[in-house]
Design a protein around this ligand. Sequence first.
Ligand code: NAD
Ligand code: WQD
Length: 340
Amino acid sequence: MTYKILVTGGAGYIGSHTTLALLEAGYEVVVLDNLCNSSPESLLRVARICGKAPLFIQGDIRDHALLDELFISQRISAVLHFAGLKSVGESVRKPLDYYDNNVAGSVTLCQAMAHAGVFNLVFSSSATVYGEPTQMPIREDFPTGVPTNPYGRSKLMVEDLLQDLAKSDPRWSIALLRYFNPVGAHQSGLIGEDPNGLPNNLLPYVSQVAIGKLKQLSVFGADYPTLDGTGVRDYIHVQDLADGHLSALRTILQKTGVNIWNLGTGIGYSVLEMIRAFEQASGRAVPYKLVERRPGDIAECWADPTKAANELDWKAKRGLPEMMADTWRWQAANPQGYGR
Ligand code: NAD
Ligand code: WQD
């Protein structure tokens, strides 16, 4: 049987890589995206890579009528829910946009799913829901923390509402995937991350410095209690993340209830290690200066990926050199991203 999967936010960074992985694995895919942070070009490129295209519907997850119509016209088996806003700084300036898109949007989506009798959902959560854990590596049974910004709170609110939903109706089967730090791009160099304006995240910033679009990286804090004083994170290749979604999807199609899985590698790298690895992969210098800590940042954060390995039969396979080489290939071939 061929399953048809609805991918909300499927034109975006992680959604486009996962859409490609789904098509390659033989799923039919419907993408719903309002293109507020993406370009339809990403899906054209997906089709170029694999010779198959998803059905693309330009629209908003907050649009009740559109969702009802979509679920009537398409026989959907499961939803991979990526759509949402993701900039931490912007969430502080525009909290209502974040609660509206991320929380209200998820409520509308779940209402339409329940109405249509579709109860399988994979949600893009984030390691940010752990707040500032006192112990590393982070396991799924650690208590959720107090996220320091509206973006993080919106993710935790959606996790909580999905837990309540599953308690209210045993037909729901929900995966809460807590991503660590997604980086990299498809090895073809055709799809990748295309941030709007000045990048907030480390790797997009580093690659734009390497290509000469930005002058210098600011390293936020060199006085953390880490190996070299800079922040340590668990960077995971977006292709590994996409594979993790396919494993989670296969698993939730066979069970019910809520399952939480960390998607990380289990290895932490510092900002300075990342810079050196990127310089090596690209052959370009990445000038940087050490500056004050960024408010809200934590010293270190990496996953214990054992639960996903045991229950999903999934492990991140790609190491730092591949993450860097693929990021650079995408950046060098597409200096203006998708040219939005
Ligand atoms: P992205 O911005 O590239 O993709 C999100 C997509 O959703 C975009 O294409 C955007 O146009 C679309 N979208 C936003 N609001 C929408 C709405 N109301 N209706 C329809 N479409 C809408 O981001 P990404 O990095 O691919 O992240 C995907 C998901 O993963 C997000 O939910 C994000 O919060 C979560 N996440 C991302 C990271 C990360 O560092 N990239 C880490 C943890 C979790
Ligand atoms: C990584 C490291 C910075 C930029 C954020 C969100 C999180 C999740 C992933 C969505 C840190 C340092 C960064 C720069 C730097 N997103 N850095 N100079 O902060 O771990 O996580 O993205 O869910 O919720 O908070 O990722 O890439 O911003 O930072 O020194 O210009 O790089 O201080 O140590 P972060 P990041």
